[in-house]
Design a protein around this ligand. Structure first.
Ligand SMILES: N[C@@H](CCC(=O)N[C@@H](CS)C(=O)NCC(=O)O)C(=O)O
Length: 228
């Protein structure tokens, strides 16, 4: 049975799923979509995923959306003993990882998306004050987590690091993490960026997204001033 992933390279949550699949040694049948062009809105895909988002996982007649739900499913289904630390069975450790995953899904990623969407629509020319405050607040929270443990939820790498890294490595390219204010976060970003699975499945898409966003902001500015 093939495990199909509808994804986009520039999409942070898509990269999360590819990183976890890579660690688990699971081969994915990849179907690339351009989310900005709304490739995911076809009737066929809308039926499979009413949220009309990427990533989307499909195994026979089973479909699952949302990277956070997908990585937990993949770990449960395909994880071996060597992968137990990524999502341990200890109730409190698992609860902390779940909290961090919800933090990424409900707070961090929407704050990045709030920058990406208006940029793609041709509206945003630079980060607003409130966008910067929201990104800073995310960095501050992560610095606090990383002051307690070496990784974001534990002293070892967990699913939470992989999920949060795809989001924050993209944020860092658009609004750099200040090493003086957030030294632990900066170090964690560096440590994560050197891992094989990040090099292989995150960094190329992250580069592409950051270049696209910074170029589009400059173009938006040019287009808006030339209309004046
Ligand atoms: N919480 C979701 C977020 C997915 C998401 O918003 N993906 C973006 C691409 S990065 C997308 O599909 N945007 C199109 C849309 O939401 O309509 C996840 O983790 O999978």
């Amino acid at each position: 049975m093939a495990t199909v992933l509808y994804y986009s390279n520039t999409s942070p949550p898509s990269r999360t799923v590819r990183m976890v699949a890579g660690i688990l040694g699971l081969e994915l049948e990849l179907r690339a979509l351009t989310a900005v062009a709304r490739d995911q809105d076809t009737p066929e895909l809308t039926k499979k995923n009413p949220m009309r988002s990427v990533p989307l996982l499909e195994e026979s007649d089973y479909c699952l959306a949302d990277s956070h739900a997908i990585i937990v499913y993949l770990h449960e289904k395909y994880g071996k003993e060597a992968h137990a630390h990524l999502f341990p069975s200890d109730s409190r450790k698992r609860a902390t990882i779940n909290q961090r995953l919800h933090f990424d899904c409900g707070i961090l990623f929407p704050r990045l998306r709030a920058v990406l969407a208006p940029t793609f629509w041709g509206k945003l020319t630079e980060l607003s004050k409130s966008m910067k405050i929201n990104l800073e607040d995310g960095y501050r929270t992560l610095e606090a987590y990383l002051s307690k443990t070496a990784y974001v939820a534990d002293d070892v790498l967990t699913l939470a690091d992989i999920s949060i890294y795809s989001t924050v490595s993209s944020m860092d390219g658009i609004y750099p993490v200040d090493v003086k204010k957030y030294p632990k976060l900066k170090q964690w970003l560096l440590t994560m960026s050197q891992k094989d699975f990040c090099q292989m499945y995150n960094e190329p898409g992250r580069e592409e997204l950051v270049t696209k966003i910074t170029t589009m902001m400059a173009n938006n500015k040019h287009n808006q001033t030339s209309k004046l």
